[in-house]
Design a protein around this ligand. Structure first.
Ligand SMILES: *[C@@H]1O[C@H](CO)[C@@H](O)[C@H](O)[C@H]1NC(C)=O
Ligand SMILES: *[C@@H]1O[C@H](CO)[C@@H](O)[C@H](O)[C@H]1NC(C)=O
Length: 367
C-alpha cells in the first residue's frame, strides 16, 4: 500500500534525522569539550595540573574538568581560609610523608603547641607526588596535589641537585598564584615545629616577613640571613610583583637556589621603587637548629635547619618535641627556669661541612 510506503518512508526519514541530530550533538559536545579544555590550558599559565583534591568520581562534572586546576585550588584555599583570607601552606613529598616521618611530627606539634591546634583547620598541605597525596588524605583534611610535568619530586630532594632547585622555583611560582587569588599565606616547611601561634607576631603593614638562619638583632637589617622555609606574605600588588621578580631572577642566576637569589634581590632598588616592605623575624621567636629560640617561654616555631640527613633530622625533631612536652608538664614556677633545648645533637654545624661534598646518596641537606 502506498500509504504504508509513505508512512514507512516518513518514519525512516524521522529516524535518520534523529540519528543525524544525535551525531551532530555528540560531535559538538566533543568539540566544545576540547575547546574548553584548550582554553583551560591557555588561561591557566601555571604549569601544573591538579589531581583530585577530594575523592571525586570520574566524569562527575565534565564541564569543570577544563578549569578544575584553578577551581580546585580555589576551593581548597577557601575551605582552609581564616576570616581575613590567610592560610597556612606547607609542601610535602613522598620522603617526608611516610608514617613516623616529618609530616607526623609536624602535625603533632600543632596538637601539643599552645593554642596552635585550631590552626590545623587553616593548614593546606601541597603534595608533590601521588604517595604524599594519598598519605595527606589519611592524616589531614586540606590537601592539594601539585604536579609538575616531567619532574618527579617523589624522592628526597638533595640540596642543590637539579630537582631540588626545580622544586624551589616551582614553589615560588605556585605561591605567586596563591597571592594572585587574594590569599595571604604563612608558608612553613614541614620540618618546622609550631609551638605557639605566630600570627600575633606578624606586623600588619609589612608585605613580607621571613624567618632567619641567623638574626642580626634588627628586623630591618638586610644583612640578616633569611631562610625561605618560613614566611608570612600578604596578598597585594607589591607582593605579587615581588614574586614575579623573584621567579624571573632564576634566569639571571641560573645556578643559585631561590634563597641565594633572595639574598641578592633583597638589595635590588626596583623592590624599593614598588614600595615593597620586608622584615626579618627574630630567632628568639622563630628559631631553628642554626640559631635556636633559647627561651621556651617565648618560642613560636623551631626549624630543623642546619641539618644534614633525614635520620639526623628525625632524631633531633623527636627530642625537640619531648623537650616541649617536658616544658608543658612543668609547674609555672619551673617553666621560667627551664630555658633551653637538648638539641641540636645529630643535626650540627659540623655535619654541614660534610654536606659540601655529599658522598652518601641517602643524605638530605636542608638549610
Ligand atoms: C592592584 O592595583 C590595582 C590598580 O592599581 C587595583 O585595582 C587592585 O585592587 C590592586 N590589587 C591588589 C591585590 O591590591
Ligand atoms: C645520632 O648520633 C649518635 C652519636 O653520634 C649516633 O650513635 C646515632 O646513631 C645517631 N642517630 C641517628 C638517627 O643519626
Amino acid at each position: 500500500m502506498p500509504s504504508d510506503f509513505f508512512t514507512n518512508a516518513a518514519v525512516l526519514r524521522r529516524a535518520a534525522t534523529t540519528m543525524l541530530l544525535l551525531v551532530v550533538m555528540a560531535l559538538s559536545c566533543f568539540f566544545l569539550y576540547r575547546a574548553a579544555e584548550s582554553v583551560g590550558f591557555r588561561v591557566s599559565y601555571y604549569k601544573y595540573s591538579p589531581i583530585v583534591t577530594h575523592v571525586m568520581p570520574l566524569f562527575e562534572d565534565a564541564s569543570h574538568s577544563s578549569d578544575s586546576e584553578e577551581y580546585s585550588l580555589e576551593r581548597v584555599l577557601k575551605e582552609a581560609s581564616m576570616e581575613d583570607k590567610s592560610v597556612i601552606l606547607t609542601t610535602l613529598n613522598d620522603a617526608w610523608a611516610a608514617p613516623n616521618s616529618v609530616i607526623d611530627l609536624f602535625l603533632e606539634s600543632f596538637r601539643i603547641g599552645q593554642r596552635t591546634r585550631h590552626l590545623l583547620n587553616h593548614l593546606v598541605i601541597i603534595t608533590l607526588d601521588q604517595k604524599a597525596f594519598s598519605r595527606c588524605l589519611v592524616v589531614h583534611s586540606h590537601c592539594f596535589g601539585l604536579i609538575t610535568e616531567g619532574v618527579d619530586f617523589s624522592h628526597e630532594a638533595y640540596f642543590m641537585k637539579p630537582n631540588y632547585v626545580k622544586m624551589m622555583w616551582r614553589r615560588i611560582d605556585f605561591l605567586r598564584s596563591v597571592l594572585e587569588m587574594g590569599y595571604n599565606f604563612a608558608f612553613t616547611d614541614a620540618d618546622i615545629m609550631w609551638f605557639r601561634d605566630p600570627f600575633p607576631h606578624f606586623q600588619p603593614d609589612v608585605d613580607f616577613q621571613i624567618a632567619c638562619d641567623h638574626f642580626s638583632g634588627n628586623s630591618d637589617d638586610l644583612e640578616n640571613k633569611p631562610n625561605g622555609g618560613f614566611k608570612f606574605v600578604r596578598s597585594n600588588n607589591r607582593s605579587i610583583e615581588f614574586y614575579k621578580f623573584w621567579y624571573s631572577s632564576r634566569e639571571k642566576y641560573p645556578r643559585l637556589h631561590d634563597q641565594d637569589v633572595l639574598n641578592r634581590i633583597k638589595y635590588d632598588t626596583s623592590m624599593l621603587e614598588i614600595g615593597f616592605k620586608i622584615k626579618f623575624l627574630d630567632t628568639a621567636y622563630f628559631g631553628g637548629f642554626c640559631e635556636p629560640s633559647r627561651d621556651l617561654n617565648r618560642v613560636c616555631t623551631m626549624h630543623a635547619n642546619c641539618c644534614f640527613g633525614l635520620d639526623s633530622k628525625l632524631h633531633d625533631l623527636r627530642i625537640l618535641l619531648e623537650d616541649w612536652k617536658h616544658y608543658l608538664s612543668l609547674p609555672p614556677s619551673l617553666k621560667q627556669s627551664m630555658s633551653t633545648w637538648r638539641v641540636p645533637q645529630n643535626c650540627s654545624l659540623n655535619s654541614l661541612h660534610l654536606a659540601e661534598e655529599p658522598e652518601d646518596e641517602g643524605q638530605i641537606l636542608d638549610r
